[in-house]
Write a protein that binds this ligand. Structure first.
Ligand SMILES: [Ca+2]
Ligand SMILES: [Ca+2]
Ligand SMILES: [Ca+2]
Length: 435
């Protein structure tokens, strides 16, 4: 018995010894390798890390594969300095690929294969360099002649591609012009900020690479490592002038409570740049006419202040249409454009429209409707044969101008003082919001 016990103990001890040499945690550590390195923006493409060339921070780094089986092991990203490090990789022949070669130009080897025992592998990449002349056109020729940028800098931004969203880079020691540096390939939108509060607006695009003066955007395609396209954003001292008229449809000498009418507000841009126009429908008030619908080319915050959704080109006219049902008598249509649309309005004289409208106020005695009785011979019902005569409306001193957009000069002159209801309040509130 003692002999058997001794033999079992010897076997058990041997088993532990085998397990310790072939399996345990100490063995696993010896069988792994580490790779590390730098991914940097090699702007001069010389394959060397020069002083001003930054690492590609917090981005994609490398992809690691088993070089024999082709199986993907892991992807490793970069830190804030553009460095990557992968520990605990199996000690097998590895294939290491740049994870940026699809959207950047590689200026060094982009693949190391096979790699045994780990090591350090750096990857140089180069993005596109997009010059962006951005200037205030001081000589009026709508071209860039080395003029300085707007006083507050160039409000440009690039968005798109693989998660790019950043402002334009100012001129620096390397590039003496505003630019987007290190841009990976992809589809982008370049957006120019509006500078209306400085009285500046984009020039009319005359070249394919100008940022559009209506949308303040430009869509571009960037190819791997190119030095184009360049984008131009020229501003100039613009003058805004929106002109407003109004009419009522259908054109009638007078209207009755319950009638449905359209108040139409044509707005013409007499300024020299596209702008979104704003105005207040001062009268009729909501208490006087129910708004059944408003054309979809304007937006409103729920007040009686309306803003064109799209910028109106110089010389163009947009019509805003209100469908109204008359609720109570009113005597004026009153439309007032704002002092400041996107730019200050250079001529407020064409912003106020005010004209009289005749509406039956309900006190007029309706004329006794002459029922056609030509065939009446008995007490046959007549109610269904009633013919309603044209309404006779109460004219409160109006001159029947409802059907025209013309504004009598005296009324125009006082219009600015008699802005209906809360128009001035809304105008003031709007300016404060913008401030
Ligand atoms: Ca370099
Ligand atoms: Ca110029
Ligand atoms: Ca105006």
């Amino acid at each position: 018995m003692r002999n058997l016990t001794g033999r079992l103990a010897a076997v058990f001890t041997a088993a532990i010894a085998v397990a310790m040499t072939s399996g345990g945690p100490a063995g696993a550590q010896e069988d792994t390798v580490t790779i590390e390195g730098l991914v940097w923006l090699d702007r001069n493409s010389n394959g060397v890390v020069d002083a001003p060339e930054p690492g590609l921070a917090k981005a994609r780094g490398v992809r690691v594969y088993d070089a024999t089986t082709k199986l993907h092991i892991k992807d490793v990203g970069t830190d804030e300095n553009g460095r990557y490090k992968a520990e605990g990789l199996p000690n097998v022949p590895l294939a290491i690929y740049s994870h940026n070669a699809d959207v950047y130009l590689s200026t060094t080897k982009s693949t190391f294969n096979p790699v045994n025992g780990g090591g350090t592998f750096d990857f140089g990449i180069r993005g596109a360099y997009l010059p962006v002349p951005c200037w205030v056109d001081s000589d009026g020729n709508r071209s860039y002649d080395g003029e300085p940028p707007p006083p507050g800098g160039c409000p440009l931004r690039i968005t798109g591609g693989p998660g790019v969203d950043r402002p334009v880079d100012p001129p620096n020691a390397v590039a003496n012009i505003t630019h987007f540096a290190d841009v990976p390939s992809g589809e982008y939108t370049v957006t120019a900020g509006t500078l209306f509060d400085q009285g500046l607006a984009l020039i009319e695009p005359t070249k394919q690479n100008h940022v559009d003066w209506v949308t303040y955007t430009k869509k571009i395609t960037v190819n791997v490592g190119q030095s184009e396209p360049w984008i131009e954003a020229g501003y100039f001292a613009a003058e805004g002038d929106m002109a407003y008229t109004a009419r009522v449809e259908p054109a009638e000498d007078g209207y009755r409570i319950g009638d449905e009418v359209d108040v139409v507000v044509p707005i013409t841009n007499k300024g020299d740049v596209p702008e979104r126009a704003e105005f207040v429908l001062g009268e009729p008030f909501d208490e006087q006419a129910e708004k059944l619908s408003v054309s979809d080319n304007v937006e409103s915050d729920g007040s009686n202040l309306y803003t064109l959704k799209d910028r109106l080109l110089p010389g163009a006219t947009a019509e805003v249409r209100f469908k109204l049902r008359i609720k109570t008598a009113f005597s004026m249509v009153n439309v007032v454009g704002t002092h400041i649309n996107e730019l200050p309005d250079a001529d407020f004289g064409n912003n106020v429209v005010k004209f009289p409208v005749r509406v039956d106020d309900g006190t007029t005695t309706q004329p006794t409707t002459p029922v056609e009785t030509t065939t009446t011979t008995t007490a046959a019902p007549t109610t269904t044969t009633t013919t309603t005569a044209p309404a006779v409306v109460q004219v409160a001193g109006g001159s029947g101008l409802a059907s025209t957009g013309a504004v009598p000069l005296p009324l125009l002159a006082i219009g600015g003082l008699l802005v209906g209801g809360g128009a001035l309040t809304f105008l003031a509130a709007r300016r404060r919001r913008r401030a």
